[in-house]
Design a protein around this ligand. Structure first.
Ligand SMILES: [Zn+2]
Length: 461
């Protein structure tokens, strides 16, 4: 049980509707960690936190991150997709011990939380043994954040041959569902991270989607990434009867317009990872095309082995990319474009409430409204870059950064206080991450993480 807390006098971005900003507004957090009231000058017996002059917004939702990779951060920052697959997926990944999975997940999840991401879909696809899965789940639980553990198998499923003839590891998925997520309603819940039609035989794909039905779990699946994504994965899922409003389609860059429409018609959701999509040749981020088809995009960090792990940078990449695409026709024709469609309010919505919807949690989190969990972020007001605060939506999307995340609440618990994560032993966190990094690299002598290493594609198995 937490005490009641009153955030007094903030500039509140609610994300209840696109672009809604309430000036000089209080948010009352009840004892059960939900939002009890939102309004001006609330009268309540509560611990008061003066947030006047500060922006209060819902915690961000990252709808797809391979969190285990945090300990090999930036090894892939200059890599192509081919190098990434060789260096990480058939390279470094196989040396992860369960304690390294724990270290990666704990570091990566706390990095997200520190940056105001209160809900993380952990796309966990390096689970060599049940002990690796146990470690990944334990790390998420230890952070105190809201997370979806998306169980994704390991190198047997993701390695050669492709398309894979190996089923998703059903036995361990059943065990985990039973052991940790029997009611699947806590701060950490479970989903299945499936390979889908691009990476499996039709029989295996059917097995995997049937397993999700059997376990009554949501699904997240990569589709429409690069040339492979043009193979009609959504059409195949439709033909087999597997399109569902409980599935999130990650990337979607090279799906046909007809396939985006199929996602919309089925009520499915989508996750765009703009930094990775542009680096690794997945195609242009589908933000605008999804919107046109009637699917609200959401955002994901994807691989923290390559790009940064915060939502501010991701929003900036996404809005810049989409605005360039939207402006391009008028640059070619000379016609004047009077207004750009995509707003900062839209982009903030994708990063919050729409993300919560894609995680199956929009009834719980993603916006500031009475009855929702108090998953909140308070930004510092001492930044010159946000002074004066004229347009809060523009300021958050274009000027804010993780260093301005002053306070974070998850289910009413203040997990970051005045710029410092509460209850985190920073020295220990750093030393375990470094020890894991050193162990993994020590097992693979050709691997260097300083940017000088480009995996030898010919010799990599
Ligand atoms: Zn991914």
């Amino acid at each position: 049980m937490t005490k009641r807390t009153l955030l007094r006098g903030g500039t509140v971005i609610t994300a209840q509707t696109v672009g809604e900003v309430l000036p000089d507004t209080d948010v009352l957090i009840g004892e059960d960690g939900t939002i009890e009231a939102v309004g001006p000058a609330l009268d309540a017996e509560a611990e008061v936190l003066d947030v006047s002059g500060r922006v209060v917004l819902p915690g961000f939702v990252d709808t797809h991150r391979h969190t285990w990779q945090s300990v090999v951060r930036n090894v892939a920052s200059d890599w192509s997709l081919t190098e990434y697959l060789a260096g990480l997926h058939t390279g470094l990944s196989k040396y992860f011990r369960p304690e390294d999975t724990y270290a990666g997940n704990y570091l990566g999840a706390l990095e997200a939380l520190d940056a105001g991401i209160t809900t993380l879909v952990d796309w966990s696809h390096n689970l060599a043994t049940p002990a690796h899965a146990d470690a990944a789940i334990a790390a998420l639980k230890d952070t105190g954040m809201r997370a979806v553990f998306a169980h994704g198998g390991g190198s047997r499923q993701w390695g050669a041959p492709l398309p894979s003839p190996h089923d998703h590891p059903a036995e361990d998925a059943r065990r985990i569902r039973d052991q940790y997520f029997s009611d699947n309603t806590g701060l950490v819940t479970m989903a299945l991270a499936l390979r889908g039609p691009q990476f499996t035989t039709p029989e295996v794909n059917a097995h995997d989607f049937e397993l999700a039905r059997e376990l009554d779990l949501r699904v997240t699946v990569h589709v429409g990434d690069g040339y492979w994504g043009k193979s009609g994965p959504i059409r195949k899922l439709r033909d087999d009867g597997f399109l569902s409003d409980r599935t999130t389609y990650v990337h979607c860059c090279t799906l046909g317009d007809d396939e985006l429409q199929m996602i919309a018609d089925s009520g499915g959701t989508a996750s765009c990872a703009p930094d990775v999509e542009m680096q690794m040749g997945h195609g242009f981020p589908a933000t605008g095309r999804l919107l046109k088809a009637g699917v609200r995009p959401t955002f994901s960090i994807d691989v923290c082995s390559s790009n940064g792990g915060d939502m501010f940078g991701t929003m900036r990449t996404a809005i810049g990319m989409q605005r360039a695409l939207d402006n391009a026709p008028s640059v070619d024709t000379g016609e004047v474009l009077e207004r750009i469609d995509l707003s900062c309010g839209d982009v903030l919505q994708f990063a919050t409430l729409d993300g919560a919807h894609a995680a199956g949690l929009d009834h719980v989190t993603g916006s500031i409204a009475v009855g929702k969990a108090a998953d909140l972020v308070v930004l510092d007001d001492r930044s010159l870059a946000m002074t004066p605060l004229n347009n809060p939506l523009g300021a958050v999307v274009y000027n804010a950064h993780p260093g301005l995340v002053r306070d974070v609440f998850v289910q009413g618990n203040r997990v970051k206080k005045d710029g410092v994560l509460v209850g985190v032993d920073y020295d220990r966190l750093r030393s375990t991450a470094v020890a894991s990094r050193d162990y993994i690299v020590g097992e693979m002598p050709e691997a260097h993480l300083d940017g000088s290493w480009h995996p030898d594609l010919a010799t990599q198995q």
